[in-house]
Ligand binder design. Structure first.
Ligand code: SF4
Length: 418
């Protein structure tokens, strides 16, 4: 109980705050810190936020810059990069979590000038179609249900407004930190609960488990599935962009195993590394990519301490039990084949779109709003957007990339990417 840990405040409800500890969300009391705001870093001890921590980015940057092991890997990257001094090497952080680590620890600034790290489309909140969020709105408008979802999604702007605006006008929209919380609400509350489920292979197994549980004993629970799988987006990036290697999401590989990654990158003959999320993981991943580019035989699983070749079969069996795949629009990107997880017919009753006959008109690509999320999700630096930090800020976001914690625009805004 004597451990004090720094986390990021992502949601405030009265005297409680939802705090992000490197991706794990926990509710803590802010009774001792009434001045705290969303996006503050706080020191949490024994369930209470005790102090606001200033200038965390500087602290993190100095940690890496003075770390001996990081120095060794950076020296090796520097040596290897000299061999490619006649060209730029473009490497993609597919996942928002890698982008987060890259910016938080100032890794771009530490790399040789000819190594370019691009941010990718691996932000599930950013790619959730506006229509899928609108289905949740329609469930609340027409059916008086409780809508639950994750905090980031609530503030995402759509042509129909945001879930936060719906909540402000009296709609019953609640933030949960996991799907089991939504299931508990359905068990104990008086209203039907619709959970708007987003995320990749990392969160889909938990949703599948909740649906299977609901089918046995919680008929007042249903979901709108906006879950996506990552391989179609990887193929899209490799087919449409000149990237020379990809840092692949280690947490996705934990579920899928290495097979899908081997297959994709064999088709495109490109280097890849399954990568963890600490700054040392990311630096080591970059070095392994450069070694592959040089034709050296190296492991492609940098995250071997957490990822098994076969992945997590229990999680995959649960996903297969509940879901099948369908084509889907990835917001600001394109329709990607077999990329959305939808409930199988045997669980149709727990599909809110079916149960409440939900329908919204498709909007597809949102032209004319001048948001550059399309480019940002495919490698562009957020600072190239004319609205960045002027017309578009976390308080007044124009696009999902300025809302989601894994969105490149918000990461850049909060942490100061160069
Ligand atoms: S800064 Fe705002 S408007 Fe520009 S791309 Fe990012 S989210 Fe869109």
């Amino acid at each position: 109980m004597c451990v004090a840990t720094v986390g990021l405040v992502v949601e405030i409800q009265g005297q409680r705050a939802l705090v992000d500890f490197s991706g794990a969300l926990r509710e803590v009391s802010i009774a001792l810190l009434p001045q705290v705001k969303i996006d503050d870093h706080v020191m949490v001890h024994a369930g209470f936020a005790a102090e606001i921590v200033q200038d965390v980015s500087k602290l993190y940057r100095e940690m890496v810059a003075s770390d001996a092991r990081a120095g060794q890997i950076l020296d090796a990257i520097g040596e290897r990069a000299k061999k490619f001094s006649d060209r730029q090497i473009r490497i993609m952080n597919f996942c928002g979590s890698h982008e987060h680590t890259t910016v938080q620890y100032g890794l771009r600034e530490l790399l040789p000038a000819n190594i370019e790290l691009l941010s990718g489309p691996g932000c599930p909140v950013c790619v959730t179609a506006a229509e899928e969020i609108a289905l949740g709105m329609e469930a609340v408008w027409k059916n008086d249900v409780t809508l639950t979802t994750f905090g980031d999604l609530v503030r995402v702007p759509t042509p129909w407004g945001s879930l936060a605006e719906l909540r402000a006008s009296g709609g019953d929209v609640r933030v949960v930190s996991d799907v089991q919380q939504a299931l508990r609400l359905a068990r104990t509350g008086k209203k039907e609960v619709v959970h708007l489920a987003v995320g990749f292979e990392t969160t889909a197994p938990a949703t599948a488990a909740a649906v299977v549980e609901a089918a046995a004993e919680v008929p007042s629970f249903s979901i709108i599935s906006a879950h996506r799988v990552t391989p179609p987006a990887m193929r899209y990036i490799l087919a449409n962009h000149a990237v020379e290697g990809v840092l692949c999401p280690g947490h996705v590989a934990m579920i899928t195993g290495l097979g899908p990654f081997h297959a994709i990158f064999a088709d495109f003959s490109k280097p890849y590394v399954i990568c963890g999320f600490t700054p040392l993981d990311v630096l080591q991943g970059i070095l392994l990519l450069l070694q592959q580019l040089a034709g050296l035989p190296v492991t492609r699983n940098q995250y071997a301490y957490a990822v098994r070749e076969e992945g997590n079969t229990v999680a995959r069996n649960l996903m297969n039990e509940a879901f099948s795949l369908t084509d889907a629009y990835w917001r600001h990107i394109d329709v990607l084949p077999a990329s959305r997880l939808v409930l199988r017919e045997k669980y149709q009753y727990f599909d809110a779109e079916y149960r409440f006959a939900l329908q919204v008109p498709p909007v597809g690509k949102e032209k004319g709003r001048h948001c550059l999320c399309e480019n940002i999700l495919q490698g562009e630096n957020p600072r190239k957007c004319p609205h960045f930090a002027t017309g578009c800020t976390p308080a007044q976001p124009l696009g999902p990339c300025m809302v989601s914690r894994e969105g490149a625009c918000l990461i850049c805004y909060n942490k100061g990417r160069s």
